[in-house]
Design a protein around this ligand. Structure first.
Ligand code: WAQ
Ligand code: MG
Length: 271
C-alpha cells in the first residue's frame, strides 16, 4: 500500500442485489489502512448471504469530512417472552413508559406487521411517527429514513464481542442493531425506537430508549413472517425533521465505549 493520510477516516458502505431486489447492506468506518480489509469483508458478506450469492454489489468508500462524534453504546437487556404476542405486549409497555401514546404504539405494531411501504412490503429505512398524535413524518414512505455512518472503534468491537459471547449473542444482527439503535438515541427529538427484522427466520426484535437502553425480545414476530422494519418515535417539541434526517444519514458516530450487557430476565424481575 502506498503511503496515505493515516489520520483520515473513511465511510465504507456496501449494498448488494440479487434477482433485481435488495439482498444485503452493511457499513463500517475505518482509517485509510482499514479500507482494503473492510471493503473485502463487506464483499465477502454479500457473496455468502444465506439468501444466495449477490448478483451486483456496490461498495462506496468516502473520506469523512468532519470528526466523528464519539459515544457509548446503550445497555442491552433481554426479556424472556413466551411467544411473539407476549413480546409485542411487553414491547408496547416499554414504549408507553417512554412516552409513546398507547394508540401510537398500536399503530406502529400494525404498520410494521403489515409492511409499511406501499404494496404492503417492508421499507428500506425507518418510519417516523409523532409519539403523541401518531402522525407519520417520514417524507418518502417507500424508502423511509436510513441510518448511516456509524461503527465501533476496534477496542470497543473486541470488548463488545467478548461481552456478547458470554450471553450467546455475538452475531451480526445483534451487533449491528445495537450500533444503529445507539445512533438513533443520540438524535435530538427521537424518544424511542421499535424494530424487528424483515428476515423470515430472525424473529427477535427490540425497543430502545434513553431510560431503558436496548431491550431485546427473543420473539417479536411469528417465524416465516417476511415483514419487518423500524419505527422512530418523535417528540415534536424537540424535533426538527431536516436536521434529524441529516444527522441520522450523514453525521459519523463512532462508539468507543460499550454499555452493560445483561443476562436474560423476566419482565417481573426487570421492572
Ligand atoms: N436505517 C434505517 N432503517 C433500516 C436500516 C437502516 N440502516 N437497515 C434496515 N432498516 C429497516 C428496514 O425497514 C428493514 O426492513 C428493517 O429495518 C429490518 O432490518 O437483538 O436484523 O437488518 O437480536 O432485517 C433486531 C434484533 C434485528 C437483534 C434487526 O434488522 C437482536 C435486523 P434488518
Ligand atoms: Mg434484513
Amino acid at each position: 500500500m502506498t503511503p496515505c493520510d493515516k489520520d483520515l477516516l473513511y465511510s465504507i458502505r456496501m449494498r448488494a442485489e440479487r434477482g433485481g431486489s435488495h439482498l444485503s447492506g452493511a457499513e463500517r468506518i475505518g482509517s485509510a489502512l482499514d479500507v482494503e480489509r473492510m471493503a473485502a469483508a463487506l464483499a465477502r458478506r454479500a457473496m455468502t448471504h444465506p439468501r444466495g450469492c449477490a448478483e451486483s454489489i456496490r461498495i462506496t468508500v468516502e473520506a469523512l469530512t468532519g470528526e466523528p462524534q464519539c459515544a457509548r453504546l446503550p445497555e442491552l437487556t433481554t426479556l424472556t417472552v413466551s411467544d411473539y404476542r407476549h413480546g409485542r405486549e411487553l414491547a408496547g409497555r416499554c414504549l408507553e413508559r417512554c412516552g409513546v401514546a398507547p394508540p401510537v404504539v398500536a399503530r406502529a405494531i400494525d404498520l410494521l406487521s403489515a409492511g409499511a411501504a406501499p404494496g404492503g412490503v417492508s421499507m428500506r429505512g425507518a418510519l417516523l411517527l409523532d409519539a403523541t398524535t401518531g402522525e407519520r413524518l417520514d417524507p418518502d414512505p417507500a424508502r423511509g429514513v436510513r441510518v448511516s455512518r456509524m461503527d465501533l472503534t476496534a477496542l470497543a468491537a473486541s470488548e463488545l464481542a467478548h461481552q456478547l459471547r458470554t450471553v450467546g449473542l455475538d452475531n451480526p444482527h445483534v451487533r449491528e442493531a445495537l450500533i444503529l439503535a445507539g445512533k438513533v438515541l443520540l438524535t435530538p427529538g427521537i424518544i424511542a425506537e421499535l424494530c424487528w427484522s424483515d428476515d423470515p427466520d430472525y424473529v427477535a426484535g427490540y425497543v430502545a430508549a434513553a431510560a431503558i437502553g436496548y431491550v431485546r425480545f427473543p420473539q417479536l414476530k411469528p417465524a416465516g413472517e417476511e415483514c419487518g422494519g423500524r419505527v422512530f418515535f418523535v417528540d415534536r417539541a424537540h424535533f426538527e425533521l431536516a436536521a434529524a434526517i441529516e444527522f441520522l444519514q450523514r453525521t459519523p458516530v463512532l462508539f468507543d465505549r460499550v454499555g452493560l450487557i445483561r443476562s436474560p430476565r423476566l419482565w417481573e424481575e426487570w421492572i
